[in-house]
Design a binder for this molecule. Structure first.
Ligand code: ATP
Length: 135
């Protein structure tokens, strides 16, 4: 079976790279996108969500914050602010982040609260908690 390469890059460098993915499943802003060898060249924005890569029949799960994916040749490059493997997610930290965000969202009517920022922090925390289930 022909495979596709995946590189997940953050400002701290590459966090994941593998040349032999059977499929890479991305969450674009338009919906889920499954990428296999031979996919048309694409650049797409990604939501706060997951990157799933099937390698040797097993899925690897990564939580990512928002970013972009470039699909070109037989390679997917994901550029994102932060990415963690399910195993590396600190659940207590994500629970604390979710609680902080929820408290800010309850006070969203107050002038000094940045509701969009609190909503994004909430989504990052929920996403990490979801992906941590695949530990
Ligand atoms: P927090 O408020 O807990 O910092 P955050 O959503 O503001 O959460 P980010 O700005 O998205 O955090 O990420 C900052 C750095 O911390 C990144 O390197 C990210 O990979 C890491 N990180 C954030 N939350 C977790 C977590 N729950 N487990 C592991 N790494 C995390």
């Amino acid at each position: 079976m022909s495979t596709i390469a995946l590189d997940v890059v953050t400002p701290n460098g590459s966090v994941f790279t593998d040349d032999n993915c059977e499929i890479v499943i991305l969450e674009s802003t338009q919906g889920e996108l499954g990428v296999m060898a031979g996919h048309v060249p694409t650049v797409t924005p990604l939501k706060i969500g997951s990157v799933k890569a099937k390698i040797d029949g097993q899925f690897e799960y990564l939580a990512i914050t928002d970013g972009f994916a470039e699909i070109r040749g037989d390679k997917v490059t994901v550029l994102t602010q932060a990415a963690e493997f399910a195993d590396d997610i600190d659940t207590d930290r994500a629970l604390a982040a979710r609680k902080r965000a929820e408290e800010l969202l309850k006070r969203a009517h107050e002038e000094e609260i940045d509701e969009v920022r609190a909503e994004l922090a909430f989504q990052r925390a929920i996403n990490r908690l979801n992906i941590a289930q695949f530990k």
